[in-house]
Design a protein around this ligand. Sequence first.
Ligand SMILES: [Zn+2]
Length: 472
Amino acid sequence: MLAGAIFALSLTGLPVYGQSSSASSSSSPASSVAVTSVAVSSGASAVSSGATSSAAVSSSNTEATALTFSLTVTNPTAVPLASITANETSLPTIPLPSTATPGATNTFISGAPALPNPTSIVSSNYPTMDKVPPTDSDEVQQWIAEVAASGITIPNITQTVLGGCPANAEAAADTSRCWWSCTGCVRDTDVQECPDKLTWGLTYDDGPSFYTPNLLTYLTANELHATFFCVGSRGVQFPATLQEEFMAGHQVAVHTWSHPYLTTLTNEQIIAELGWTKKIMKDVTGVTPNMMRPPYGDIDDRVRNISIAMGLTPVMWTRMNATATFDTDDFDVHGGLASSYGVLNNWENIITHANEIDTGFIVLEHDLFEETVQLATGYILPSAMNQSFDIKPVISCLNKPMSDAYIETNDNSTNPPAASGAVTLSSGAPGSASATGAASNSNSNSGVGLKVSGTSTAFTLSGIFALVALFL
Ligand SMILES: [Zn+2]
């Protein structure tokens, strides 16, 4: 899949990080930046005026160059949509809203252990970043033995090859393997939505990154909390940011070590990917997450049961059918495969679908790139708050305390660990058992093109800090 290729390129060469690092280190403190109300009309007349764009509806997300609906609310300091592109100049990041103190305890979690010192994180103690870890290490061998002793049967399902459904016709036709990204199949152990209608289990994947502090500042200013599905390699790179996510009341969860398509890996490699991510997150936060999200949604019963055997409940994003997924496609803006307009058109479809279904929902977004954070803080979150969605982390949308999100602080009373075979994290919502859809690697909402008009409403930012540095 193209997204995978772009991701690999970005991380292999680290062009984003290298460029951003320079900008970050040379940036002025945010407090020195004048807060300017920036019109969002530039190149996005529909946003500022509330009028529906008259531009032709694009037939593809990747080609969308205009909004096909009106955003009723935007952040007045939002970066203009026309400027949120793959070619935009890398802008400075802002400092973390606060820095956690080693030894402090998380006030959102009863019984949380003392916070480790992030300076204790030494990259040489971990596998090479952004590569599938070797499986012959003592750590991985121990985790392999633990999975074997878990009592969870790992089905003998063949590995797939890169390329998704089109490249794996036989696997795609084998519905018994319950390959979510190919057929939409979910098991009762999967979380794919929140149980309560209009409740949004807010998630961000692939961080922490240089731009995560921008998002954290906005979330804090608006008293919002999210679930961050973290890449283990990024935890080594940004331990202080991961700590701040955790200490600020957000949920942190596993998103693998090197972001591979998990169904393409051996059992041992999957164990290494998940195990090292669990370990770095415990080393940084003091606790071990008990939720995971497979990169690209690439999970089948083999990956699923290995995850469960390792105490990790899979969390997907809401999927009504093959063409109505709750995926903003924000990731693809950075690679030039999607436009900011296309993302917001997808978001509008998500709003429509969220109002149609009987349950709450979970959306795929990312905190890896500046484009994705700009879209989240400038447009998607302001719009969501105006929709009166009840926005919370996944563990909270399941009506469980934050302490249930970690192996060490989960008291098992309302949330038995996945490996016990008595998983209760799943919402059990109607329709969650077996979403159906044609075998396809498409997970976009392209072509839906709903037109929705609305009344323009001024959005007042409750904090003045959001994204000010982005106008440097
Ligand atoms: Zn991801």
